[in-house]
Design a protein around this ligand. Structure first.
Ligand code: URA
Ligand code: SF4
Length: 187
């Protein structure tokens, strides 16, 4: 039986982000969901609340997930590649991604999702080690340790390109989430 050392995670100081964080942001949603979504890192609101995807990006994400037919409390477990906020919301460094990886691996082992959604290039780099543009990665199924993996645009990127032009990033993300839903239904 896999367990998650929650106390250990909440007290973790394995990288320099520990010095400036307020709260360690572990995860939200259903810890035995068939779908896991991994973002980049906590922002200001997440750092204050301890809840991932709590701010504007999170609201945009929740809306898209609901539109795709998901119940965000029951159908998904949501977390980030690193659990502590990088100062000024800079990208997590390679050594920080590496330091936090054991926590992510423990979460994946515990949730045991059939499908993993990676939002944005940092999440893709953190899990798969691949560095490429999201315009190339998104919408294409990958496989990791027997799990289906779908990279999608980060919701912060979608907020910057919110005009719902046909074929724009918001519409493409809707398509990607519908593909995820279809895959989960086919299981
Ligand atoms: N909030 C999060 O928790 N993660 C992100 O990647 C962005 C905002
Ligand atoms: Fe530990 Fe991860 Fe926080 Fe770094 S970001 S202190 S590795 S929990």
């Amino acid at each position: 039986m896999t367990t998650f050392d929650l106390d250990g995670c909440l007290r973790c100081s394995a990288c320099e982000l520990a010095a400036t964080r307020h709260k360690v942001v572990v995860g939200r949603g259903n810890p035995v969901a068939p779908l896991m979504l991994i973002g980049e890192a906590p922002g200001a609101q997440e750092d204050q609340s301890g809840v991932p995807f709590k701010g504007r990006s999170g609201q945009a994400l929740d809306r898209l997930l609901m539109e795709a037919g998901f119940n965000v409390d029951e159908d998904i477990y949501i977390c980030n590649a690193v659990k502590c906020r990088p100062p000024s919301n800079r990208r997590p460094k390679k050594n920080e991604l590496a330091a936090c990886r054991p926590w992510l691996d423990m979460q994946i082992a515990l949730v045991n999702p059939a499908v993993i959604v990676l939002t944005g290039a940092t999440a893709v780099e953190a899990l798969l080690g691949t560095k490429a543009a999201m315009t190339q990665l998104r919408g294409k199924w990958q496989s990791w340790q027997g799990r289906s993996v779908m990279p999608i645009f980060h919701p912060a990127y979608l907020l910057r390109h919110a005009q719902t032009k046909e074929g724009g990033p918001v519409e493409l993300t809707r398509q990607d989430l519908l593909a995820v839903r279809t895959r989960l239904c086919e299981r």
